[in-house]
Design a protein around this ligand. Structure first.
Ligand code: ADP
Length: 461
């Protein structure tokens, strides 16, 4: 019938436009490498900001003593303490706590927000047991993971460019967030100071490298996405004066802003046009957790409107942006029953539609198409980073073991996505080269990573 033809046509077109055959993957990987180079040449040279982390001492394993970490990246903040025992004992003890930020503080003043955070930290510090002790002659130091756009000016300072993720705190943009936190701790009489300001991808890399020195790249795939890697100082033309003891630093790529050569559909373009940041974060909008479910919703809404996928009704829920989340499309893809009961109940609960088995099968295909494209493109991005590193330093990556540390709820929880990502890397590099590339989950490396960076950049060293 004409009805099924129409749905089939939409699906066939979608699959064609989302296809990521090897030449497309190669082109994305090559473009990533080129755009990285352009971003390192000068500020504004590329979609990729290639931000200097000012990390010139990576954790070695020799770090000793008590260090704190604070992670502020969303509606919660996490505090942590860790007792480091050096090369043999490594992490002797850790403790962590999570505090949620009251809604009103997200719209308040900078002092109110930082006073709240400092008081959470102070309460946590009061509960320090006998297991934890400072090295003689030192004070409490903190690694501060701050996942908002900052213009970093040194390892322990950075200017907030703007709040994102629903924060609208007055007075912070244009200020040094480390100074804001240090001043709040001082107001409270908390004897602690920030030694390292860290982006969460950078924290993940540092945390993973502490356990495994072959870690060279870290990738976050959660609500958003980002990647960072170990770079040679002399391969950063835009910062010729920076000196590092080690000759290497970490570059935060901000790869979510990448956009070259991506296979995009009308659904992506409409979602982007209606987003709060049109034209920005295109790679993020194609591969990260915030958007995959929404792309699927847009496709099946079109199938419902143009092809009566669910009969004649188009429920309001199906028309509501972000009513279907990435965890929902993930759960649908786990359904192995003949009648796809889970798919049916998710469609009913989240989108308000009644569905027959045939329609559920189509929805499954849509979910697979979108997660496959996302995972494969993320894999191509990783290969692009590895390629860039290898081109600059022959033999650095290929022909020996190299680890890519992964973190984030999308990578962690979406098995199909993760498989597509891994297969894409193997496909681009070939069996032989990819045998040496280890892509592995680094569970909550970023918290400990920030504490380790505080230790590696201690003011008492
Ligand atoms: P964030 O990136 O917000 O700091 P996480 O790394 O925990 O935090 O990632 C959360 C994101 O991971 C969610 O927004 C969602 O997109 C994705 N996610 C969480 N659970 C699942 C799941 N079961 N299946 C697929 N994606 C998931």
């Amino acid at each position: 019938s004409t009805v099924t033809t129409s749905v089939d046509e939409i699906l066939t077109n979608l699959q064609k436009q989302c296809a990521t055959p090897l030449p497309v993957l190669r082109h994305v990987a090559d473009s990533m490498a080129n755009d990285m180079r352009a971003g390192l040449a000068f500020d504004g040279g590329s979609d990729l900001k290639m931000i200097l982390s000012y990390v010139d001492s990576l954790p070695t394993g020799n770090e000793k003593g008590l260090f704190y970490a604070l992670d502020l990246g969303g509606t919660n903040f996490r505090v942590m303490r860790v007792q480091l025992g050096g090369i043999d004992q490594r992490v002797i003890a850790t403790e962590a706590e999570q505090v949620s930020i009251p809604q009103e503080l997200m719209f308040g003043t900078s002092e109110e927000l930082f006073d709240f955070i400092a008081s959470g930290l102070a309460k946590f510090a009061e509960k320090e047991s006998g297991k934890y002790h400072l090295l003689e002659g030192t004070k409490r130091e903190l690694g501060f993971t701050f996942s908002f756009p900052v213009k970093q000016t040194s390892i322990d300072s950075g200017i907030l460019m703007k709040w994102t993720k629903g924060f609208a705190v007055s007075g912070t943009p244009g200020k040094d967030v480390v100074a804001c936190l240090n001043e709040a701790m001082k107001r409270l009489g908390l004897d602690m100071q920030v030694s390292a300001l860290v982006n969460d991808a950078v924290g993940t890399l540092a945390g993973a490298k502490y356990w495994d020195n072959d870690v060279m790249v870290a990738v976050i795939l959660g609500t958003g996405t980002n990647a960072c890697y170990v770079e040679r100082m002399d391969a950063i033309p835009k910062q010729p004066t920076q000196t590092a003891h080690s000759g290497t630093t970490i570059i935060n790529t901000e790869w979510g802003a990448f956009s070259t050569g991506l296979p995009l559909t009308e659904f992506d373009k409409q979602m982007d046009a209606e987003s709060i940041n049109p034209g920005e974060q295109i790679f993020e909008k194609t591969i990260s957790g915030m958007y995959l479910g929404e792309i699927v919703r847009r496709v099946i809404l079109r199938m419902a409107e143009a092809g009566s996928l669910f009969g004649n009704s188009i429920p309001e829920k199906l028309q509501t942006p972000f009513s279907i989340g990435t965890p929902h499309i993930c759960a649908m893809q786990q359904d192995t029953s003949n009648s796809l009961d889970t798919v049916g109940s998710i469609l009913f609960n989240e989108a308000g539609v009644e569905s027959k088995t045939g329609a559920r099968q189509i929805v499954m295909e849509v979910c697979d198409t979108i997660s496959k494209r996302g995972g494969r493109l993320a894999g191509a991005g990783i290969v692009g980073i590895l390629q860039k590193m290898e081109e600059d330093t022959k033999g650095l990556i290929f022909g020996k073991r190299t680890v890519v540390a992964m973190d984030g709820g999308l990578y962690e929880n979406y098995p199909q996505y993760k498989n597509y990502l891994h297969n894409s890397v193997t496909e681009i590099l070939g069996q032989k080269l990819s045998e040496n590339i280890v892509i592995e989950h680094s569970k909550d490396g970023s918290g400990i990573g920030a504490a380790l960076l505080a230790a590696a950049n201690s003011k008492y060293k």
